[in-house]
Design a protein around this ligand. Structure first.
Ligand SMILES: Cc1cc2nc3c(=O)[nH]c(=O)nc-3n(C[C@H](O)[C@H](O)[C@H](O)COP(=O)(O)OP(=O)(O)OC[C@H]3O[C@@H](n4cnc5c(N)ncnc54)[C@H](O)[C@@H]3O)c2cc1C
Ligand SMILES: *[C@@H]1O[C@H](CO)[C@@H](O)[C@H](O)[C@H]1NC(C)=O
Ligand SMILES: *[C@@H]1O[C@H](CO)[C@@H](O)[C@H](O)[C@H]1NC(C)=O
Ligand SMILES: *[C@@H]1O[C@H](CO)[C@@H](O)[C@H](O)[C@H]1NC(C)=O
Length: 549
């Protein structure tokens, strides 16, 4: 189905990329932050221990949540992956593609999965979660999100939480040639006003924030652990949580069952128990795939489905794993006649009807100078320059679901997103793809076309070009379906109002909440990481206030 992606290369090319890139030296320093004193390997964990809060998943929402709660309470973070520091590809902007390409090695920081729609995708498996493998674009949620998300936000605390995150890990990117040209092209194509550098989701063309600093070094949710109170927090890596332990508890008399702890395994296969004390809670921050998977494995889900796996039913919750969404991405990639600077997403165009355009440029090592393209050659590697312009749709309206592939938590669940099953999504894609065509026609794109005899200038495409007749709805729809790819903003599976209440408590169970992208009905601002980082801080402050009352 999906074929137009500069992130997806033929296997032989991938091998070349890997073999060339792994030998490239890095100039960035890889020093670890000082908090690492409270991070330990699961093998060193006692067989049983007690905490006020157990956070499952040291990801984008989990790390800021843990750091905040540790100000007042004893906190445990259990993360299935390792630490990101010291891994050059993971920790640099230039290593973005390599991290995704090298994924699927045993315990690699990116775990690949392909949805039943046929679209390859990825999820974080490392401290920092998907914020430690992502493209770094940072933009606060759109204003609508706060009214539609089903959560009682306090907008003053929301802003304070964003500030707390941004002070530590958000930077203003410097535009190089492709991003500058795209900015000019978006404006020429009528996506205005120009908003300059802004962290807000606003109509027009803007430069967003980045979690890569000016030297290209990655910052992620893992960095936010340096805010933690070191004497109140334990972060355990290579700890794969298998299920939540449920029992009746006097701390939650209204619920038949409450979360009293979790069971996890270390790398040697040894089991450990972590338990909550008093009015403590288990907080699932395992992401849009991990949290619904863990609820199912713990016996919280649709009764007949759990029964079909022989999982004892603790609580019938019909919508666990349902309403799983992914924002479709479509676009074009070209090889220009000019040198290209490496860039991930920095400039975006946002229209009032919800079209969202963004761009990236990558220098991809290539073995042979056979391609009639610009070549530069640091060391012995020869590089192929690819510039991409893409659109993704807000929402989306189409949804799918998740089911277990195995009762082994380490196996990816089986997911299906049903891209474009809602005709509204297809119409948005057609509109967005037409906007790409408008941008390609602008003067700003002139230098990225090849000159031909008689003055003609043409783009040289990698993968499919847009249909020639862009007014033809049927052809444009076909292009959307045929070239659909992901922007990795998948969300849902534990929706507010369906699985969790507006305080993110799992309905019907005491002492258990889900605090991550699995409760979203829409991807906020369509770039979720800012909102998830804020959510961790916001909910940490909220839980502290609740319990200090
Ligand atoms: C390749 C890629 C590029 C992206 N680019 C951008 C971008 O540029 N801008 C943007 O805003 N967003 C981007 N995103 C999306 C964004 O990063 C994610 O939506 C967000 O990080 C998800 O946060 P989360 O807290 O819900 O889950 P995650 O950050 O994925 O955290 C879940 C954590 O739980 C752990 N876990 C799961 N199961 C278990 C278990 N059983 N036991 C223990 N630990 C477990 C995982 O290892 C992980 O660390 C991108 C995502 C990807 C994958
Ligand atoms: C964790 O401990 C196990 C067992 O001692 C060991 O095999 C593994 O390499 C350790 N992992 C790390 C990242 O230190
Ligand atoms: C929060 O910040 C946004 C800018 O990101 C601003 O527009 C809004 O007025 C602020 N809200 C409050 C309550 O301070
Ligand atoms: C698509 O664009 C058309 C024409 O500009 C507009 O009327 C329509 O509302 C747009 N559709 C969506 C779903 O945004």
């Amino acid at each position: 189905m999906a074929e137009n992606s500069y992130f997806r290369w033929p296997p032989c090319l991938m091998l070349l990329i890997i073999s060339v890139l792994v030998s490239l030296p890095t100039s960035h320093s890889q020093e670890s932050p000082t908090y690492l004193g409270f991070v330990s390997n699961a093998t060193e964990f006692p067989a049983e221990d007690y905490y006020d809060y157990i956070i499952v998943g040291g990801g984008t929402a989990g790390c800021p949540l843990a750091a905040t709660l540790s100000e007042k309470f004893r906190v445990l973070v259990l993360e299935r992956g390792g630490i990101p520091y010291g891994k050059p590809n993971l920790m640099t902007q230039d290593g973005f593609l390599t991290t995704l390409i090298e994924a699927d090695a045993h315990e690699s920081p990116a775990q690949l999965f392909t949805s039943e729609d046929g679209v390859p995708n990825a999820r974080g498996r490392v401290l920092g979660g998907s914020s430690a493998i992502n493209a770094g674009f940072y933009s606060r949620a759109d204003q609508d999100f706060y009214t539609r998300s089903g959560i009682n936000w306090d907008l003053r605390v929301v802003n304070q939480s964003y500030d707390w995150v941004e002070k530590a890990i958000v930077f203003r990117p410097e535009l190089k040639n492709w991003q500058s040209a795209v900015r000019d092209g978006l404006l020429e194509a009528g996506i205005d006003p120009y908003n300059g550098f802004s962290l807000d989701h606003v109509r027009g063309t803007k430069i967003g924030g980045s979690t890569f600093d000016s030297s290209g070094r990655r910052h992620s949710a893992a960095d936010l652990l340096s805010y933690a109170n070191p004497s109140n927090i334990k972060v355990v890596v290579h700890a794969s949580v298998e299920r939540v332990l449920l029992a009746s508890s006097s701390a939650y008399p209204d619920a038949k069952k409450s979360a009293i702890g979790v069971v996890f395994r270390d790398q040697t296969g040894q089991y450990h128990h972590a338990m909550v004390r008093d009015r403590g809670e288990v907080l699932l921050c395992a992401g849009a795939l991990g949290s619904p998977q863990l609820l199912l494995l713990s016996g919280i889900g649709p009764r007949p489905y759990l029964a079909s796996w022989g999982i004892p039913v603790a609580h019938h919750s019909p919508y666990v794993g349902q309403f799983l969404y992914d924002n479709p991405r479509n676009g074009i990639s070209i090889v220009p006649p000019v040198p290209l600077d490496h860039s991930l997403i920095q400039v975006v165009g946002i229209t009032s009807s919800g079209t969202y355009l963004e761009a990236a440029s990558n220098s991809v090592p290539f073995a042979s100078p056979a391609w009639p393209i610009f070549i530069h050659s640091p060391g012995s590697a020869i590089y192929l320059n690819v510039a991409t312009l893409m659109e993704k749709i807000v929402g989306p309206l189409s949804s799918g679901s998740l089911r277990l592939a195995s009762t082994d938590v380490r196996a990816n669940p089986i997911v299906r997103f049903n891209y474009f099953s809602n005709p509204g999504d297809l119409e948005r894609c057609v509109n967005g793809t037409r906007k790409i065509a408008d941008v390609l026609k602008t003067r700003a794109m002139k230098d990225f076309r090849f000159h031909h005899l008689f003055g003609a200038r043409e783009f040289r495409y990698v993968g499919p070009a847009l249909p020639i007749d862009q007014s033809n709805d049927a052809q444009m729809r076909e292009f959307c379906r045929r070239t659909v790819s992901t922007i990795w903003h998948y969300h849902g599976g534990c929706l507010v109002g369906k699985v969790v209440d507006h305080n993110l408590k799992v309905m019907g169970i005491g002492g258990l909440r889900v605090v991550d992208g699995s409760m979203f009905t829409v991807s906020p601002g369509t770039n979720p990481q800012a909102t998830l980082l804020m959510l961790g801080r916001f909910f940490g402050l909220k839980l502290i206030r609740e319990r200090m009352r």
